[in-house]
Design a protein around this ligand. Structure first.
Ligand code: NDP
Length: 333
């Protein structure tokens, strides 16, 4: 059983990760919040025995085996490095940080300490994406040539804080959502992006100069081209993830979401069929793989290096949207 310390009294831990940790048999022993009062109330509400206000107290706790870092993005770097140096395994939220140099420093620290580090790109835990990955690997669509991702929705009111008004915290739709698209594309396709173009949009939600929607495209090493539409502003859009190959197409519908769900349709010479999907909780699947990695059985679903890749793409898309030019995606790995 993994004993967890939460770094950050966050919404994502409250809505998904605390339940998922407990569902897979983990225990949450401590939470760190910068506010003693909020931390104590969060601990009480979630039945967590200890709340602390300093990183030293959290990572120095001998009862903690692993930390879940879900503070705002500019804080991840120092928290992950401190946890690694204290010998704790790390599940860090995406984007890993706000700069590539920071993300490398985090992954290097975990590697030097010999601890497991994972990024929480939960969409790898979706049975829909796993089915698409398997279908492609089995040759059911031939050579993948193009992909289209629609990850557009409405950012709920309770999440409209730093994402809309704090560029320094890694706010904006690109570091929030486009990083997930990139990771899902890499996972499903088994390919890495090399170049991006993008147009950002200021659709009236974010007032700080941050994009609240973006459309763009990435070219992958294999030559595949992928289009993405990410937004905080489109209440009635339905998410989708499509891959089109030389011998067939895969249509994932309603699958770029947090809840288990969605469908995948395969169209090829044999006609059209819905793939059987055995839905499971995405966050639990991430934690099951993480626990196995701690026990020496395999790798996390999404490694720290994978987190570097998605951040590199997010930063390239940010630059492309700002400059209007195409930007190379270089992970430095
Ligand atoms: P929150 O805004 O809920 O939490 C971030 C920090 O804000 C917390 O650590 C907390 O600081 C502070 N905070 C939270 N609520 C309050 C409040 N009511 N009053 C004052 N301060 C508050 O962030 P999210 O949970 O939305 O996101 C956290 C991280 O998780 C980000 O990196 C984000 O990108 C990622 N994320 C990932 C998702 C996924 O599915 N993989 C989904 C959503 C987010 P303190 O700890 O000091 O109390």
């Amino acid at each position: 059983m993994t004993r967890w310390g939460l770094i950050g009294a966050s919404t994502i831990a409250h809505e998904w990760v605390i339940d998922a940790i407990r569902a897979v048999g983990g225990e949450i022993v401590s939470v760190m919040s910068t506010s003693a009062e909020r931390g104590a109330s969060y601990a009480r509400d979630h039945d967590i025995p200890k709340s602390v206000t300093t990183l030293v107290d959290l990572v120095g706790d001998p009862d903690v085996d692993a930390v879940y870092v879900s503070t705002t993005n500019e804080l991840h770097r120092d928290q992950v490095i401190a946890a690694a140096q204290a010998g704790k395994h790390i599940l860090c939220e995406k984007p890993l940080s706000t700069s590539l140099g920071d993300a490398h420093a985090m992954v290097d620290a975990a590697r030097a300490a010999g601890v497991v580090m994972a990024a929480n790109h939960h969409l790898r835990g979706a049975a829909t994406h796993q089915a698409m990955r398997d279908a492609i690997a089995a040759g059911q669509i031939g050579k993948p040539l193009a992909a289209r991702v629609c990850h557009a929705g409405l950012l709920p009111a309770h999440l409209q804080g730093w994402r809309l008004d704090r560029p320094e915290a890694g706010g904006g739709v690109i570091l929030d959502i486009t990083v997930h698209d990139t990771d899902t594309l890499r996972f499903v396709l088994g390919d890495d992006p090399v170049e991006a173009i993008a147009f950002g949009q200021h659709g009236g939600l974010a007032q700080s100069g941050l994009e609240d929607a973006v459309m763009g495209a990435m070219r992958f090493k294999s030559g595949l081209i992928a289009q993405f539409h990410d937004s905080f502003t489109t209440k009635y859009a339905v998410t989708s993830f499509e891959v089109h190959g030389s011998a067939g197409s895969l249509f994932g519908r309603n699958c770029m979401i947090q809840k288990p769900g969605g469908t995948v349709t395969l169209r090829n010479v044999e006609g059209e069929q819905e793939l059987p999907i055995d839905h499971g909780n995405l966050y639990e699947n991430t934690l099951i793989a993480f626990d196995a990695a701690i026990a020496g059985r395999g790798k996390p679903l999404c490694s720290g290096e994978d987190g570097i890749w998605s951040l590199a793409a997010g930063l390239a898309v940010t630059k492309a949207a700002a400059s209007g030019a195409s930007v190379k995606i270089e992970s430095g790995l």
